[in-house]
Design a protein around this ligand. Sequence first.
Ligand SMILES: NC(=O)c1ccc[n+]([C@@H]2O[C@H](COP(=O)([O-])OP(=O)(O)OC[C@H]3O[C@@H](n4cnc5c(N)ncnc54)[C@H](OP(=O)(O)O)[C@@H]3O)[C@@H](O)[C@H]2O)c1
Length: 263
Amino acid sequence: MNEALPAALTRPIDAGASGRSPPVALVTGAARRVGAAIARHLHGHGFVLALHHRASAAEAAALAAELETRRPGSTLLLQADLGDTAALPGLVHATLERFGRLDALVNNASAFHPTPLGAASEADWQALFDSNAKGPFFLAQAAAPALRRSGGAIVNLVDIYAERPLRGHTLYCMAKAANAMLVKSLALELAPEVRVNGIAPGAILWPEAGKPEAAKQAMREKIALGREGRPEDIAEAVRWLLQEARYTTGQILAVDGGRLLNL
Ligand SMILES: NC(=O)c1ccc[n+]([C@@H]2O[C@H](COP(=O)([O-])OP(=O)(O)OC[C@H]3O[C@@H](n4cnc5c(N)ncnc54)[C@H](OP(=O)(O)O)[C@@H]3O)[C@@H](O)[C@H]2O)c1
């Protein structure tokens, strides 16, 4: 029935092309928080992982050790600042050298901080665009040949604020809007071999800089489901887009408990 379709469109990412090797995912910003949840979830579903971090070396090593206990030989640690464009092909090459293939790229790493109008600097611009727009583009470009070979997929972590502005965060919102367009543009560029989708989380984990309890409560009241989400909600959606959503590309799925309905 499917003879006319390219193999990449019919083969789920559940095994290597040979049917023997496990699928391989490169996850950026994997050491902590949502990235670590994505890594654990994919690993639990049989992926081997290239775990990228920038500064969280100890957390990345601890995560790798935890996953290695469950499945020896299933992780590779990678370090880079996503602003260092020249270093990004090296992440893909190291992954291919170690595991021999690449099936999934998860562009999760991101800087997030306010940039109130009148006080925003070029350093803010650089940090927010490096991690949310420039890095994901150049990493995807470097990964594209390997992903085409495997019939793989990309998932970008976008944000509901790519679509609607968050007060005081113009540069972050602009960078995530670029990230959202990257999803759509890459989906067109890399079809039909590679599917490219995004997830727009709502309130999942509060910023580490902190948020007053009253502000958290006010936010919860605007979420249709009445509560923040869990990192695992995002991880499940990432895996679904990577492995199950075989006829979905160029889409950005809001996993926000209905927050966008009431923004
Ligand atoms: N948390 C939420 O509720 C929420 C809401 C909406 C969207 N999102 C999106 O979901 C994703 C995960 O969220 P999160 O809150 O878990 O993210 P996060 O903790 O704010 O950041 C994830 C990681 O990004 C890495 N990173 C930042 N700048 C980098 C750079 N220039 N180069 C390389 N790595 C860099 C950091 O790695 P190191 O620690 O190793 O330096 C950091 O641990 C992000 O894309 C975020 O925008 C999250």
